[in-house]
Structure formats: structure tokens, C-alpha cells
Design a protein around this ligand. Structure first.
Ligand SMILES: [Zn+2]
Length: 65
């Protein structure tokens, strides 16, 4: 089980990046919205849509399938 976060600020592409809590590139906590502890990466990516219209997985901590 890992803790997931979504960045409050959009990236250059307009998407809000979703991170695993152990990401080496994790921004400061005040720039992050806590999604919660999840057992997979699909759930937090879907839940990011509850706060932001566009989101994308961090390439460093959430590998593409
Ligand atoms: Zn990351």
C-alpha cells in the first residue's frame, strides 16, 4: 500500500501530476493534495479527477503500463 498525492499546480501540459509518496521528485507537501493510501496506481489517477480536470502519472514513480 502506498500513499499518493496530486500536485495542486498544473504542469506545462496543463495536467496535474500524480505522485507516489516515495517519489524522488515529490514537490513540497504544501504544493500537494493528498489522495490517500491505495493498493494500486489506477485508483489515485482516477481519483485525481475529483479535484482536477486533467491529470497524468509521474514518469518517475508511476511507470506507464
Ligand atoms: Zn513522482
Amino acid at each position: 500500500m502506498d500513499e499518493f498525492f496530486v500536485e495542486k499546480n498544473a504542469s506545462a501540459t496543463g495536467a496535474h501530476v500524480v505522485h507516489n509518496g516515495c517519489c524522488p521528485s515529490l514537490p513540497a507537501k504544501d504544493a500537494l493534495h493528498l489522495i490517500g493510501v491505495r493498493s494500486n496506481t489506477a485508483a489515485p489517477l482516477k481519483e485525481a479527477a475529483n479535484w482536477f480536470s486533467a491529470s497524468s502519472p509521474c514518469p518517475e514513480c508511476i511507470p506507464a503500463k
